[in-house]
Write a protein that binds this ligand. Structure first.
Ligand code: GLY
Length: 380
């Protein structure tokens, strides 16, 4: 697999969902085209931008300028950064602001931010006046390759992550890859776990390409657009076949059953970013698959080696504060996994691996085998 050496025109990936199909536009500086693209898509529309405090500092003004240049009226609401905004209170704040801004059925909500803003703004749009369209402008790598595409929106309940939400597809996704230059190295790396996920779960050639080319993705060469576009194409293909996750879309949850439990066990704090939880969760899924006689130990080690080579945590012991504060015990981690949406009638659903590049959905994993595996991993 080869990637272009130079940045060129934006790449457009189509999410083929019939009359709800939409484009993902990927490229450096495409934020400047936001207004023109919305004007072409929805002449005469009014907009409201939902963003967070940190993103607003860098990108609210350029987004507003692009909309103004296209003659599009806009207002905005700013929430606090982080999962704390993906709550009933955050939803109330955004919804009331959208109502106050008189956003009507034919208008557009613009989610300008990372996964939290996209999920929150998308859910507010889904329920405002029984459904208003929205545009995703993802500003983190994680949001560009995963959460802004596919229409999953929602907030957390005090009882668990993403327990309230709706499938609500955006009408356009604008992924400006130069925006990612302002992310901290840790945030960028965290998003990279979701890029590698697409190779691990369904595309060995892409995984091999990542093994060789990952540094260009981090430094911002054309490899970055290629990796984001390849990830978005993989996700778009799965979503167009299984929008509501009745089947294969669950493959996109590779690493997430373990990962969400680890995020919950660390209080959704800075000890573990979402993508870091996915990185450790992906390695655990690979090693658990190997313990069940599925993937070869050598392939499981290959997954671990690559994620570790970009500086991602891959072991429970890599979680910040593990040595000092420890982590939950295996019973607690099991209870946290049971709270996840991936549980049906007492059996856990895991995404397991057969080889690098082929994941399978296992609906009947025995909790006892997971418990024993976790106990072993905690004691390493
Ligand atoms: N992030 C997994 C999905 O969108 O299905």
């Amino acid at each position: 697999m080869t990637a272009p050496l130079k940045h060129s025109d934006p790449i457009t990936v189509d999410v083929a969902l019939g009359d709800r199909a939409y484009d993902i536009v990927i490229g450096r500086d495409v934020l400047q085209t936001l207004g023109a693209r919305i004007a072409a898509l929805r002449p005469g529309v009014r907009t409201a931008i939902v963003t967070d405090r940190t993103v607003a500092k860098h990108w609210l003004e350029p987004a507003q300028a692009s909309l103004a240049a296209a003659g599009i009226p806009t207002s905005h609401v700013i929430v606090e950064e982080g999962e704390g905004s993906k709550t009933y209170a955050g939803l109330e704040k955004v919804s009331e602001a959208l109502i106050a801004a008189k956003i009507e059925r034919n208008d557009l909500v613009i989610a300008l931010g990372g996964g939290v803003v996209g999920d929150l703004a998308g859910f507010a749009a889904a329920i405002l006046r029984r459904g208003v369209d929205f545009v995703q402008v993802p500003t983190s790598l994680l949001a560009q390759v995963d959460s802004s595409v596919g229409g999953k929106t929602g907030i957390n309940s005090p009882q668990g992550k993403n327990l309230l939400g709706a499938f609500h597809q955006p009408v356009l996704v604008i992924a400006d890859t130069s925006v990612l230059d302002s992310l901290s190295p840790r945030q960028f790396r965290s998003g990279y776990a979701e890029v590698a996920k697409y190779g691990v779960l369904g595309d060995e050639a892409f995984f091999a390409w990542l093994e060789t080319n990952h540094s260009g993705i981090f430094s911002g060469s054309a490899a970055r657009e290629h990796a984001i576009a390849t990830s978005c194409r993989a996700k778009a293909a799965i979503v167009s076949r299984d929008e509501r996750e009745t089947g294969e879309r669950a493959l996109l949850n590779l690493g997430h059953t373990f990962g969400h439990a680890l995020e919950a066990a660390t209080g959704f704090s800075d000890r573990l970013f979402h993508g870091e939880g996915v990185a450790i969760g992906t390695v655990l899924a690979a090693e658990f698959s190997a313990s069940l006689g599925m993937i070869s130990p050598a392939d499981a080690a290959r997954v671990e080696r690559h994620l570790a080579s970009v500086g991602l945590p891959t072991r429970l012991q890599d979680i910040a504060g593990f040595a000092q504060e420890g982590l939950a015990d295996a019973d607690t981690l099991m209870a946290l996994m049971a709270q996840d949406k991936k549980v049906k009638r007492g059996k856990l659903t895991f995404i397991l691996l057969e080889v690098v590049g082929r994941a399978v959905i296992a609906n009947d994993v025995e909790p006892a085998s997971v418990h024993a595996f976790l106990q072993q991993k905690l004691s390493e």
